[in-house]
Write a protein that binds this ligand. Structure first.
Ligand code: MG
Length: 266
């Protein structure tokens, strides 16, 4: 672990994978040091990709939010959600075309645009994300399909989401429901699992040794990098703090830690 005060530039990275919430903005709040960091990458033509576990939005919707609320002007090519990673994975693995989707409209749009057929029964696989209007009937159909041998893919493992109301159920809580009624383990796409990292690097066409994973959440962002064998930069503007990592083994520590992204030289 290198504290920011011990070094100016450790290594020059050819590209960056960057988390969104807690790293680039905080809920509805701006993080000006992060906005300046993105501008620096853009000015120097350094490739970067925002990697988010949130599968409830399309790349276009994420882009709009960044532009309208956070003064960050990027193209859709700069955005990679766990939903997009799931579809890349399903296409690569050729797991069939018929799918039951537990997920919101944005995800369903992406699923059909990617050439899959959304069905109510007898699917080749179940794709499960956060769905804030999910019904018992839909969960029942997913459960029966998985019991009958359909593939089981979950976009992201986040069990809770921070809101004004408190920590409400996330995609991972719905996954727990399906695991309980099927006794099957899903393939999980999002951070800290490696599928999303693999997909992101594939899109960037860069080697993992040349890319830095940047994020605020030790358990998702940093462990995603650690598991996938990448260098990581933990920024203390969001979820995790130094106290959260003090007891971790050396090989599970972030490569770098900064208070804000203003400290990082690209
Ligand atoms: Mg975050």
């Amino acid at each position: 672990m290198n504290s920011s005060k011990e070094r100016i530039v450790i290594k020059t990275y050819k590209g960056y994978l960057i988390d969104l919430d807690g790293t680039v903005y905080k809920g509805t709040e701006r993080i000006p040091s992060a906005e300046a960091f993105i501008e620096k990458l853009q000015a120097q033509n350094i490739p970067f990709l925002f990697v988010t576990n949130n599968a409830t939005k399309t790349a276009a919707e994420v882009r709009e939010n960044l532009l309208n609320n956070f003064r960050i002007d990027v193209t859709e090519d700069h955005i990679y959600t766990s939903g997009m990673a799931a579809l890349d994975y399903l296409i690569e693995k050729d797991m069939g075309k018929r799918v039951i989707v537990i997920g919101e409209d944005s995800l369903k749009t992406q699923v059909t645009q990617s050439g899959f057929e959304i069905v109510d029964e007898k699917p080749d696989f179940v794709l499960q994300a956060l769905d804030r209007e999910v019904t018992y009937k839909e969960l029942e159909a997913a459960c029966l399909a998985i019991q009958a041998g359909a593939g089981f893919i979950a976009t992201n493992p986040d069990t809770n989401l921070p809101t004004e109301k408190g920590f409400v159920p996330g995609a991972g809580a719905i996954t727990a429901f399906l695991k309980a009624c099927t006794q099957r383990e899903p393939i999980i796409i999002g951070k800290p699992y490696s599928v999303i990292m693999q997909g992101a690097l594939h899109r960037m066409e860069l080697d993992k040794a040349d890319v830095l994973m940047v994020g605020d959440n030790y358990n998702t962002d940093i462990l995603a990098g650690v598991h996938y064998g990448m260098d990581t930069l933990m920024v203390l503007t969001g979820f995790s703090q130094i106290a959260d990592i003090i007891d971790k083994e050396d090989e599970e520590q972030p490569t770098y830690i900064v208070e804000t992204l203003a400290e990082w030289e690209v």
